[in-house]
Design a protein around this ligand. Structure first.
Ligand code: NAP
Length: 250
């Protein structure tokens, strides 16, 4: 198993892509911290599912936007497991609104959830990874951060920020034995994505823009996340991988 005895913290792992990444990491032998902000029942279900595989797991309620919550979550991880090997910065949201209508509040909300959270969680995780001189951080960015998305200007800017953040931090943390990489998914069939994107827009996107002709599924992100977290990727850092059915191919 590729993550045997490692401890992984996946932010926003009560639902969607994060939940599938957490389950896949547990299948590969990791013990898990399931993070959520609102969906407690779903987080506890994920914990049960992981425990049924014979791994250890705990759910931690923490808003990734708040430094005090994030620091407490990492402290709890250390109390419970005594180590942290893998951080997946997955929690995020993707509101749609035309640029002309974006308020200061809208802008700050997106930046806090999609970009500042990655800074806060990475800094807290690295503080405990550094002494062990080993660690892997996987950031879930988006194709919006590579090519931009209509009516998603703040989100595109935040995810572009996550990509640049990943590269800069990868350079700075390499001498400490910590690798940082990013995954940029195209539209992935989660409840949130299906409620946010209008049906007509999805049809046009899959018909004319995605060579593989369909949306992605959360399970199609997890293999890469597990690989990047594992020692098999020990010579890979500062990279960005699109998982998008060919949408951004050039
Ligand atoms: P999702 O189904 O809405 O799940 C979001 C997760 O984040 C939930 O577990 C949610 O937990 C958690 N979360 C939200 N706010 C939080 C906060 N303040 N603190 C901690 N956790 C919080 O989203 P998704 O579609 O799986 O997307 C996951 C990631 O992939 C996001 O970063 C998104 O930008 C990125 N992405 C998604 C797509 C797509 O099409 N789905 C495409 C490209 C990139 P609670 O319910 O407990 O709040």
């Amino acid at each position: 198993m590729r993550l045997q005895n490692k401890v992984a913290l996946v932010t926003g792992s009560s639902r969607g892509i994060g939940r599938q990444i957490a389950l896949a990491m547990a299948r590969e032998g990791a013990n898990l911290v399931i993070n959520y902000s609102r969906s407690e029942d779903a987080a506890l279900e994920a914990v049960k599912e992981i425990q049924a595989m014979g791994r250890e797991a705990m759910a931690v309620k923490a808003s990734v936007k708040k430094r005090s919550d994030v620091e407490k979550m990492v402290a709890r991880t250390m109390e419970e497991f005594g180590r942290l090997d893998v951080l997946v910065n997955n929690a995020g949201g993707f509101p749609i609104k035309p640029f002309a209508l974006i308020t200061d509040e809208d802008w700050d909300k997106v930046m806090d959830l999609d970009l500042k959270s990655v800074f806060l969680c990475s800094q807290a995780a690295m503080a405990v990874m550094r002494p062990k001189k080993i660690g892997s951080i996987v950031n879930i960015a988006s194709v919006s951060g590579l090519v931009g998305a209509v009516s998603m200007v703040p989100y595109s800017a935040a995810k572009g920020g996550v990509i640049a953040f990943s590269k800069a931090l990868a350079r700075e943390s390499a001498p400490m034995g910590i690798r940082v990489n990013a995954i940029a998914p195209g539209i992935i069939e989660t409840d949130t994505a299906l409620s946010v994107f209008p049906e007509g827009a999805i049809k046009a996107y899959t018909t004319y823009q995605v060579p593989l002709g369909r949306l992605g599924r959360p399970e199609e992100i997890v293999g890469l996340a597990v690989f990047l977290a594992s020692d098999e990727a020990s010579y890979i850092t500062g990279q960005v991988y699109a998982v998008d059915g060919g949408f951004t191919m050039q």
